[in-house]
Design a protein around this ligand. Structure first.
Ligand code: COA
Length: 350
């Protein structure tokens, strides 16, 4: 039995905020931002909700495959910036997309949200026998940014990404088929899909999740509903401590995933990390002995988009690189962030 990513999508609005423009808002400059973070631009969604960004990313993923939306059994939405509380962003997005039969819920694990959600989706798809699941990461972090704080406003951006997962075991049940024209109709569609689809698939082989309670409050965004007068509705961060946490835990996640699955460094074709900071990625590459050329980086364009960062990067990696030559090898993805949460996921490239 395998659970595979069969399609991905991503979306960010056309409103771009570059370092030059930021330096007119706060006391900073392009050189400082580039050297310390690697970020050149970020997308700001002034006129779209978090759910709208997500819907556009999902539409792109669904456009590339010929599936029946009624067979999407699960829609998981990783976010810290949903625009409504009830219904959850997952339901709102299902509504936008015309998905009617899915179990929907949101996952808040900050920047690790997409990795957490993929892991939950894998288990639920097996246990509940869902044929397809949509896993989305979408954020409009700009609403949490203090545009007078130069230490944080340079780092974050808005965007959305998603992965469509398919449960290979479901096919067997379909193939058992009953003498029922509806079932046969879907079965034919399924087989047609299988044959015509020579796109790369990523099979989820293993995942590691973890967390440490952030008692010293290194990374927080308060809710206006907090039962206290001390509320900061902005992203508050101790950059140095988060940097240490990320570089320390990131190496441990990689090491554990490789050892647990008996995989050597040379079997890893690509690493798609959370896009927080280029220096964090460079440190991880050095410490894990996985050459920097294997790390997919697009944070220069988007900045840190929290839950959306890994699925946007995955989408661009699958569409813009030559992973077909790496079939049989592995792709590793990892994330870390508020909570403090962390996680890693290992895919086989098929
Ligand atoms: N432009 C210019 N100068 C800035 C600045 C900016 N945008 N932000 C801070 N500075 C200044 C500071 O005021 C400080 O000046 P001082 O030495 O006169 O006091 C100096 O630059 C160094 O600040 P510091 O905060 O120590 O810089 P740093 O090297 O730690 O880099 C971060 C700051 C935020 C880039 C870095 O800590 C980081 O990337 N941390 C991880 C953040 C992250 O990825 N978070 C999300 C994870 S999910």
């Amino acid at each position: 039995m395998s659970i595979n990513i069969i399609s991905t999508g991503s979306y960010a609005t056309d409103e771009i905020l570059d370092n030059e423009s930021l330096s007119k808002m706060v006391d900073t400059n392009d050189k400082w931002i580039l050297e310390r973070t690697g970020i050149k631009t970020r997308h700001i969604a002034k006129y779209n909700t978090t759910e709208e960004l997500a819907s556009k990313a999902c539409e792109r993923a669904l456009k590339d495959v010929n599936i029946d939306k009624d067979e999407i059994g699960l829609l998981l939405f990783a976010t810290i910036s949903s625009d409504t509380k009830v219904p959850s962003s997952s339901y709102t997005t299902a509504g936008h997309l015309g998905i009617e039969n899915a179990v929907c819920f949101d996952v808040n694990a900050a920047c690790s949200g997409f990795i957490y959600s993929m892991t939950i989706a894998k288990s639920m798809m097996k246990d509940m026998n869902y044929k397809y699941a949509l896993v989305v990461g979408s954020e409009r972090l700009s609403k949490f940014i203090d545009w007078t704080d130069r230490s944080s406003c340079i780092l974050f951006g808005d965007g959305a990404g998603c992965a469509l997962l398919e449960n290979s075991e479901y096919k067997n049940e379909l193939l058992k088929g009953k003498n029922n024209s509806k079932v046969y109709e879907k079965q034919d569609e399924y087989l047609e899909n299988e044959v015509s689809n020579n796109l790369i698939k990523l099979e989820i082989k293993d995942a590691i999740l973890g967390g440490i309670y952030d008692k010293k409050k290194y990374l927080t965004v308060d809710s206006k509903d907090k039962v206290s007068d001390e509320v900061s509705p902005f992203i508050e961060m101790n950059g140095r401590q988060i940097y240490k946490f990320a570089t320390d835990i990131g190496v441990k996640v990689i090491d554990k995933l490789l050892k647990k699955n008996n995989i050597k460094n040379e079997d890893i074709a690509m690493i798609v990390p959370h896009q927080a900071n280029k220096r964090i990625i460079q440190t991880l590459a050095e410490k894990s002995n996985l050459g920097i050329e294997k790390w997919f980086i697009n944070l220069d364009k988007y900045g840190n988009t929290s839950s959306a960062s890994v699925p946007i990067a995955l989408d661009e990696a699958l569409k813009n690189t030559y992973l077909k030559e790496s079939r049989g090898k592995y792709l590793l993805s990892l994330a870390f962030g508020g909570g403090l949460s962390y996680g890693g996921i290992l895919f086989k490239i098929k």
